[in-house]
Write a protein that binds this ligand. Sequence first.
Ligand code: NAP
Length: 267
Amino acid sequence: MRRLFPPQAAGTTPAADADRQHGTDREWDLLELADAYAYPAEGSWLRANMVASADGAAHHGGRSRPLSGPADMRVFGVLRALADVVIVGAETVREERYRPARRREEFVERRRAAGQTTVPAIAVVSASLHLDFSLPLFTEPAVPTLVLTGANAPHPGLSAAAEAGVRVVTAGEGAGVDPARLKPALAALGYTRLLTEGGPRLLGQLAAAGVVDELCLTTAPRVTVGTAPRVMSGPESGTPWEFELTDLLEDSGFLLSRYRQVRQPAE
Ligand SMILES: NC(=O)c1ccc[n+]([C@@H]2O[C@H](COP(=O)([O-])OP(=O)(O)OC[C@H]3O[C@@H](n4cnc5c(N)ncnc54)[C@H](OP(=O)(O)O)[C@@H]3O)[C@@H](O)[C@H]2O)c1
């Protein structure tokens, strides 16, 4: 992996610094990656992590894995290891048969020192509550999986969640989650280092509402054609939201970019 931008990022050792300044291709260890992707020290921060093909598709055959590669999976794992909670849309849970986050020995001490549980919780965003509460995601997690929904969530789903002992958190007055209420609702549970893994419809709403602080986007050196959505889908936002590129890494042709939101659209 080599750093393409910024060319002179600070490193943890003089050797790492020198390597990066010259864009040297070398193995980055997991803790070095964790330092590079550390969350801001204070406040609630919502990071999104997505992978796309070079022609913009967010999945191939309903899965994101065909677009991914070793470097993307490595960063995916590190971003999970840094997060308090992973927020994911219900369709991604259904399509990809999401499982609980895996305990990673390399990060246990780091997480304990940061006051975090051994693994991040998963928070599933759903309005319908059409979720299979018998899946390991709900029955086997080290940290209980949450469901985020609106105040008008349907009763059959609420009953099924209650029977399964799954905690349902309300973050909206209507049928679904109000994107503006997502961060405060999670902060009230002590979760401020937030990671969303999409999918495109959930992320489109969050981005359109201006609540995504950071986008980590891997572009794979693959094209898929087809009609898969982009990494964000939904109604077009009024004015484009402005993001700045903060980092660009490259590994085996995969571009791992990182953008930070810089301002609200003009009124
Ligand atoms: N490329 C990548 O990095 C990446 C990442 C993730 C997923 N994917 C792919 O994306 C596909 C799924 O994405 P998708 O866009 O169709 O679906 P999605 O965003 O994962 O989930 C959409 C569902 O989330 C719930 N939802 C969204 N916004 C909500 C809100 N404001 N309040 C309450 N619930 C809300 C709804 O669930 P209910 O229907 O239960 O109400 C909705 O149907 C899969 O094929 C997956 O492989 C790709």
